[in-house]
Design a protein around this ligand. Structure first.
Ligand code: HEC
Ligand code: HEC
Ligand code: HEC
Ligand code: HEC
Length: 244
């Protein structure tokens, strides 16, 4: 049902964009939650989208051979097959919060950079591999709530309103953090969800929907009792605010 609805939504949204008229919102958030049973049929399965020229799942993000494309998308790691954003971001950092202890990268890096290649809203989702695309963007097509922050700080994308990203997780530097050996849902330990020791989007979310809690926004640990977890369970996995 979810795919059926979203395909219809996407077809109509594309026609509307093509006609240059007022754009319709994307599918409702309730339709794009994770189920924890893998990427097929998950929010990141785009095989049936009309903009996906090969109808494959992985190719929208990864490619086995880059076929000497001049774009060299692979330089972003993980056989990446799409451009990353050229935006400049204002980070959540020491100038913004006097209590930040760990070192944060000056700009998003690693896996966060890959997620932001769709989720900052500036890069066309249908622009990947050899496809030029450039018609389908996160906000209009898939909903503004899926855009992680917007241009709110001059020409910078303002990330001060989102959880610190690309920041080292060192529980000896910030003793309010639990040991990185602490269990993180079904994803192993906190250390296992870090990217070169840093917290990235992927520390909280599972893009392939293998280890996420059913019914959540692809979260590795539920944040509500309704989703079968404890209230703020995700936050309390890393932050020791309950003196457990
Ligand atoms: C929407 C983009 C997207 C799609 C589609 C996607 N991936 Fe990924 N993949 C990522 C990102 C981002 C990472 C790094 C984050 C992570 O590992 O959680 C990643 C990491 C990986 C990794 C290395 C880490 C790991 O999980 O083992 C493998 C292997 C991988 N993907 C395989 C695949 C395959 C195979 C498919 C298709 C069946 C696929 N991916 C589809 C975005 C995607
Ligand atoms: C190819 C572009 C692309 C990449 C790369 C990508 N996403 Fe997404 N993501 C989307 C789209 C489009 C949707 C909405 C899907 C829908 O409406 O069916 C989505 C949905 C989501 C959702 C679910 C939203 C909800 O309402 O439940 C989360 C969470 C998410 N993405 C996180 C990530 C993270 C974290 C990464 C990197 C590890 C990532 N995404 C990489 C395109 C992307
Ligand atoms: C510290 C954990 C954490 C990190 C890091 C994180 N998120 Fe989330 N994200 C959440 C939680 C929790 C939600 C559920 C919605 C809420 O609680 O407001 C969420 C919701 C979302 C949604 C659904 C729409 C919405 O806003 O509700 C998307 C899409 C998303 N995140 C993408 C990302 C991307 C992309 C990154 C990296 C740029 C990222 N997230 C980093 C915890 C995180
Ligand atoms: C994967 C581990 C992880 C998860 C999950 C996580 N955080 Fe964090 N959080 C961190 C790290 C690391 C920092 C940076 C701490 C430091 O060095 O001061 C941080 C920083 C913060 C800060 C900024 C503190 C300051 O001094 O300015 C807040 C607020 C926060 N987190 C709240 C949350 C909330 C709310 C959640 C749940 C939605 C959450 N965190 C989930 C790891 C995590």
């Amino acid at each position: 049902m979810r795919r059926f609805c979203s395909i219809l939504t996407r077809v109509s949204a594309t026609l509307v964009v093509g006609a240059g008229l007022v754009m319709l919102a994307g599918s409702g958030p309730a339709m794009a939650v994770g189920q924890g049973d893998g990427i097929v049929g998950s929010p990141h399965d785009f095989k049936a989208e009309i903009w996906n020229f090969r109808g494959e799942i992985c190719r929208v993000c990864h490619v086995p051979h880059d076929h000497a494309l001049a774009t060299q998308y692979y330089l972003n790691g993980l056989l990446w097959n799409r451009g990353v954003s050229a935006a400049t971001y204002t980070m959540y950092n020491n100038a913004w919060s006097s209590s930040i202890d760990n070192v944060q990268s000056p700009q998003p890096d690693g896996i966060s950079k890959l997620c932001l290649s769709c989720h900052d809203g500036t890069v066309a989702i249908d622009q990947f591999d050899t496809q030029v695309g450039g018609n389908i963007f996160m906000g209009p097509e898939y909903g503004d709530n899926r855009v992680i922050s917007i241009f709110r700080d001059g020409s910078n994308i303002d990330l001060r309103g989102t959880h610190p990203l690309s920041i080292v997780y060192d529980d000896t530097v910030d003793t309010g953090l639990r040991p990185d050996t602490t269990t993180m849902g079904t994803s192993g330990s906190i250390a296992d969800v870090l990217d070169f020791q840093k917290v990235q989007c992927s520390s909280c979310h599972d893009v392939h929907d293998e280890e996420s809690v059913p019914g959540t926004n692809l979260l590795r640990v539920a944040n509500t009792a309704a989703a079968g977890g404890e209230a703020s369970g995700l936050c309390l996995t890393c932050h020791n605010k309950d003196n457990r």
